[in-house]
Design a protein around this ligand. Structure first.
Ligand code: PMP
Length: 420
């Protein structure tokens, strides 16, 4: 695949040209704002191109209105755009159509929707939910707490020294007692790319479902729910050039068809009496109340934006940056890098520098204009297993450059000198 024209791409993101520093209590207006921004916190939230911002603005400027119920023109325009957005997102992940795509506020709510709509009804004592040790809290805490509530048991597929899943252990842990396997596709801490279709085969051999946390994979690689064998798959718009507050849950149509709703209210019903109610067709049965209309329409625009550039090229670009960062960090004796080797990971690198706490490192990097994440990245149990409380994480996307990785390394050198 041909390399990305990063200069051109960056021109779609005015925020990338801003300066940082100065008074952070005045957003965008600090008096000492003079350091170019190097944004390497894309696994937390990606930036939003003008093409997507314009769609949000255009919605509010020209056809802002409630969906589904109006006869008037604005409502019809909003409804068509919002409903079609489901088709666009369905196409983006290879789903069969809008029936299989429920818009949610994000990955977290996708997990909770399935936990409450399916798990609460189906799980009980003796049943098992198999997770990985590298699950994000969105999946780990949701299923752990649902197991406590239903009497089911949560089990964890171990992560080995390399930061990869022990698939032999997985084959033993997944049994006829397993009702669901929930696995993160690309780890937001280790950068590991998990063998989802192998896990799906194991789950299906035992008549269990597989839920895929694709928050870190849908944004940056060609992905097809059927190829993965996913029964459910969740992702977030704000990590893929879309707005915050919108995401999607994919579910196989026949499974979603059988589930009870998760939230009740307007828009999700067909007929209501004082005694009972019936439900709308998929996916509206799972979208109670006024949805995030502008967000949904802009989510589809983000899919257009990424597809126009090419997911295979985006993947190659960000993985090359991660490998470069890995190799440069690996040259230092006092740096620990977590997860698989540079050429076997997704587009992020989590690490620690001896003697420098991740939070101090992040704060010094901020003085250099570099935005990274420091903390446990919502994987506390994994951090405990690694024997650390926190780590620093640099994560890359389509608009980042090797020069920006060099600025990161310069900042790390400065931190090291300060703490030496
Ligand atoms: N899973 C993974 C792997 C993630 O990286 C994130 C975001 N940090 C989430 C789930 C949760 O996504 P959201 O906060 O958008 O619901």
């Amino acid at each position: 695949s041909t390399p990305l024209d990063v200069e051109r791409i960056r021109s779609d993101f005015p925020i990338l040209s801003r300066k940082v520093g100065g008074d952070v209590t005045v957003p965008g207006e600090g008096p000492g704002d003079d350091t170019p921004l190097v944004y390497l916190d894309n696994a937390a939230t990606s930036q939003t191109p003008d093409q997507v911002v314009d769609v949000v603005a255009d919605y509010y400027r020209s056809y802002n209105s409630n969906v589904h119920r109006g006869i008037h023109s604005l409502s019809q325009e909003a409804s068509v755009a919002y409903e079609n957005a489901h088709d666009r997102v369905a196409e983006f992940v290879g789903a069969d159509g809008r029936e299989e795509i429920v818009f949610t506020p994000g990955t977290t709510e996708g997990e909770n929707l399935v936990a409450y709509a399916w798990g609460l009804a189906e799980l009980g004592p003796g049943d098992e939910v198999v997770l990985t040790e590298m699950e994000h809290h969105a999946s780990l805490v949701t299923w752990q707490q649902l197991c406590k509530r239903t009497g089911a048991t949560a089990k964890y597929i171990p992560v080995d020294e390399q930061g990869t899943l022990d698939m032999e252990a997985a084959a033993e842990l997944i049994t006829d007692d397993t009702k669901l396997v929930s696995a993160v596709h690309v780890s937001n801490t280790l950068g590991t790319v998990n063998p989802i279709s192998d896990l799906a085969d194991l789950a299906h051999d035992h008549n269990a479902y597989i839920f895929v946390d694709a928050a870190q994979s849908v944004p940056n690689r060609p992905l097809d729910v059927s190829d993965l064998g996913a029964d459910f798959l969740a992702f977030s718009g704000h990590k893929m050039c879309g707005p915050t507050g919108i995401g999607a849950l994919y579910g196989r149509e026949h499974i979603l068809e059988e589930l009870q709703p998760y939230l009740y209210g307007g828009d999700m019903i067909r007929k209501v009496t004082y005694e009972d109610a019936t439900w709308e067709d998929l996916p509206w049965k799972f979208e109670a109340g006024t949805p995030n209309i502008a967000g949904g329409i802009a989510f589809a625009a983000a899919c257009d934006y990424l597809d126009d550039i090419g997911l295979d090229r985006i993947q190659a670009h960000e993985e090359a940056l991660a490998e470069y960062a890995y190799d440069r960090l690996d040259e230092y004796d006092d740096v620990d890098i977590y997860g698989p080797p540079g050429d076997e990971r997704g587009g992020l690198v989590a690490f620690n520098v001896d003697d420098v706490h991740a939070h101090d490192l992040s704060s010094i990097l901020n003085d250099h204009g570099v935005a990274i994440r420091a903390g446990d990245h919502c994987t506390q149990p994994l951090h405990q297993k690694l024997g650390i409380a926190a780590s620093a994480r640099a994560s890359f996307y389509l608009y980042n450059t090797r020069e920006e990785v060099d600025v990161l390394l310069d900042g790390i050198d400065a931190a090291r000198e300060l703490f030496a």
